[in-house]
Design a protein around this ligand. Structure first.
Ligand code: C5P
Length: 282
């Protein structure tokens, strides 16, 4: 049996540059991992089937699950006759902007690479992963990276300075295609990607807090005003910086002391069910 953890990611930046001929948006985003983890186990089956064992009302256990798609792709690409039972224990909120499904898929690529004795490089897995989702290539490595193209072209970056992250998700799920579909590229904000890169290079926490930006944030806030309300509440509760992650609706905030993290956590508990205190892993 193989065990893998699948950490959540947050966007320090997300800039949408232009719409491509293939319908995707060319993006530039800096992503990093936090210690909210799904847990997966992988067990070989001799009947060739892919079986997902998950107890969660909103997580499908069939071919719609990204972990299933990852396992199927591995079977086809490496001509594997064996199957697998994947047990999935969710902690990362779903449809949240935290790449929970993508991270589960990435853990599946890593886990099956070992379970089935494929032993291909992370680089090869990362390239293969982009066939089933834009954020999975990043999740193969986790850590911190500048992600370009659809999100699959990675440049690895130094890890961020240590900080507590309070993560809160309003009680709604947001669909990424819906948000990209509502994006007007003439109305996007300037995203401080360069400053964020510099903050990571120098390990400067204050500068990092000044260099967060997400051009999808206003789009999601326009459709779901509760996201803006949550960000305001977070900012008023004393975080050093706050931002929506990915296409939302999760908002995160940085603080340096555990005591402050608890204070922010308490302030947010009244407005949503999913509130976490985490650390930047990077
Ligand atoms: O690649 P993934 O399946 O995660 O993307 C989901 C949807 O998000 C795409 O179908 C597309 O509508 C949108 N998207 C985009 N540009 C990206 C990534 C995703 O428009 N770079």
């Amino acid at each position: 049996m193989i065990y893998e953890t699948a950490p959540a990611k947050i966007n320090l930046t997300l800039d949408t540059l232009y719409k491509r001929d293939d319908g995707y948006h060319e993006v530039e985003m800096i992503m990093t991992t936090i210690d909210i983890n799904d847990r997966l186990t992988f067990e070989t089956r001799e009947d060739g089937e892919i079986v997902i064992d998950v107890e969660h009302n909103f997580v499908p256990s069939d071919h719609r699950n990204l972990a299933y798609k990852a396992a199927k792709l591995m079977q086809d690409k490496y001509n594997i006759k064996q199957g697998v039972t994947i047990s999935l224990e969710k902690s990362i909120p779903i449809s949240a902007g935290l790449a929970g499904g993508s991270s589960d898929a990435a853990a599946t690529f890593r886990g099956l690479n070992e379970l089935w004795g494929i032993n291909d490089s992370l680089e090869a897995l990362s390239e293969l992963a982009s066939e089933i989702g834009s954020d999975i290539s990043f999740c193969i490595y986790g850590k911190t990276a500048l992600c370009r193209g659809r999100g699959e072209q990675l440049t690895h970056l130094p890890k961020p300075p240590s900080a507590w992250v309070v993560v809160a998700k309003p009680d709604i799920g947001v669909s990424t295609p819906e948000i990209y579909g509502a994006l007007d590229l003439n109305e996007t904000i300037e995203v401080p990607t360069k400053a964020c890169l510099e903050a990571l290079e120098t390990g400067d926490y204050e500068m990092l807090c000044q260099s967060l930006g997400n051009s999808l944030e206003s789009v999601t806030m326009h459709l779901y005003p509760e996201v803006e309300k949550l960000k305001n509440t977070m900012q008023n509760s004393g975080v050093d910086a706050a931002l929506m992650s990915g296409s939302g609706p999760t908002v995160y905030g940085f603080v340096q002391k555990e005591r402050q993290a608890k204070q922010v956590y308490n302030a947010l508990m009244g407005c949503c069910n999913d509130v976490f205190i985490a650390r930047l892993l990077g």
